[in-house]
Design a protein around this ligand. Structure first.
Ligand SMILES: *Cc1c(COP(=O)(O)O)cnc(C)c1O
Length: 429
């Protein structure tokens, strides 16, 4: 049944916000973020070393990262800018996981300088990193595993690790551990990310089972200490109101069962569980809010809004469904079929296709749900479109700007050493 998505801001609240920050803008819900973070911590509280390293790429904003410090979470970074952001928010090395791939040398060097936990993506990165580190590896190293083939869950959901560019093969993994042990590494972590946006409580426990078995084999083969198992991201959210959301308590319980069955009886009960969830931590607690500015009646009915795919790429790129609420018309009959479009000169610039919604009037605000992760962060500047502001609806109901909207001056800034720059500035001032 339709369990309906309820926006965390009313039409009145959005009107009040829009008077100060013109649409489009991202609005994040601090209370939702905190309640969910607390639930994640609780679900894994059976594991003393548990830590969620929030995947910074999902929502790279220091104010968001700062919230997670209250739960002793860390940051999962994959690039220099993400590392710089994590460091600037005050995360120490133990709270930074560097899970990158195709990694530039200077990023490894910086991650090592911060004392971050380095998660290697490939066996060739061992000599690459060794040279950067001057031969001295940290005592703890993590390796990313890719079992190949197809990862299948019982309800037909599957993903395709065999087609993904990440990680070590099993044979390489054993070889990598052997080499690193020889080079003085004492504690090992294993990492794998085998399926994306899994809307089933079964994914983490299944993945954990595979990684625990692997950890046991490695422990027996090399007599090395397995310090942590990193289940990475991939825990999904119910984008459609017809989907049943994941229950993190069930997920935590499921992981505990395999932990107790595989690791505990084999003297490996000190292994910490880490995760790197991005989507699950933030997607439901962010919305893109945009205003209807045009209606067009040709072969179909179109509503043009003031946001576009440059603000939210997922529908255009993946055909993703994002639920839309027309604010103030929550209870109205959804009896009009629309395509909701942005202004890019790209026909896939549509937030919804053939979507049944209440009749939309010009000036109505649309609340595009579940855009708190991989939303703003995937933004771009095509057609010279600018990134919007990011706002935080705080627990006390007040609104804080956590990133201002981009301006034309920002857009043209990289021409500043050209003869055109001054003329551009004359035009926009
Ligand atoms: C993208 C990514 C994540 C987060 O994935 P979600 O699906 O947002 O949870 C975690 N770890 C790594 C290495 C990633 O690349």
């Amino acid at each position: 049944m339709n369990n309906k998505k309820i926006p965390y801001a009313t039409k009145e609240k959005v009107e009040e916000i829009a008077a100060k920050w013109p649409t489009p803008f991202y609005l994040y819900d601090e209370k939702g973020i905190r309640d969910n973070a607390a639930a994640v911590r609780e679900a894994f509280s059976w594991n003393p070393g548990f830590r969620e390293y929030f995947a910074v790429k999902a929502t790279p904003n220091p104010y968001i990262l700062d919230i997670f410090k209250d739960y002793d979470f860390g940051c999962d970074c994959s690039s220099l800018s993400e590392l710089v952001m994590a460091k600037s928010v005050g995360f120490d090395g133990r709270h930074i996981m560097f899970s990158s791939n195709d990694t530039p040398a200077e990023e490894y060097a910086y991650a090592a300088k911060l004392g971050a936990v380095i998660n290697l993506d490939d066996i060739t990165h061992i000599p690459f990193l060794e040279e950067i580190l001057g031969g001295q590896f940290p005592e703890t190293m993590s390796l990313r595993y890719n079992p190949g083939g197809v990862f299948r869950m019982s309800n037909g959901i599957m993903d395709n690790p065999g087609d993904s560019k990440y990680g070590f093969t099993k044979q390489q993994l054993f070889e990598g551990i052997r080499i690193l042990k020889e080079k003085g590494v004492k504690h090992f972590g294993l990492h794998a990310f085998l399926a994306s946006n899994t809307v089933t409580n079964e994914y983490y426990p299944m993945l954990a089972g595979q990684l625990f078995e692997l950890a046991l084999q490695i422990h027996r083969t090399f007599d090395v200490h397995i310090a942590f198992i990193n289940l990475s991201g991939g825990v999904g959210v119910a984008y459609s109101p017809y989907d049943t959301p994941n229950d993190i308590r069930e997920i935590g319980k499921g992981v505990k069962e395999v932990y107790d069955a595989i690791l505990k009886p084999n003297g490996m009960g000190d292994a910490a569980i880490y995760c790197e969830m991005g989507r699950f931590m933030l997607a439901p607690y962010g919305a893109l809010i945009t205003k209807a500015v045009h209606e067009k009646h040709i072969y179909k009915e179109y509503i043009g809004v003031d946001a576009c795919a440059a603000n939210l790429m997922r529908p255009a790129m993946y055909g993703s469904y994002h639920h839309i609420t027309v604010l103030g018309k929550e209870e109205a009959l959804r009896d009009h079929m629309y395509d909701i479009t942005g202004s890019l000169c790209e026909n896939n610039d549509k937030f919804a296709v053939d979507r049944l919604l209440p009749k939309i009037d010009m000036g109505d605000y649309l609340f595009i749900h579940d855009t708190g992760a991989h939303g703003y962060s995937m933004g771009y500047n095509y057609n010279g479109r600018l990134r919007s502001a990011e706002l935080l609806l705080q627990t006390d109901g007040s609104v804080k700007e956590i990133r201002r909207a981009e301006t034309l001056k920002d857009y043209f800034a990289t021409f500043e050493n050209t003869p055109y720059y001054e003329k551009m500035m004359d035009e926009i001032n």
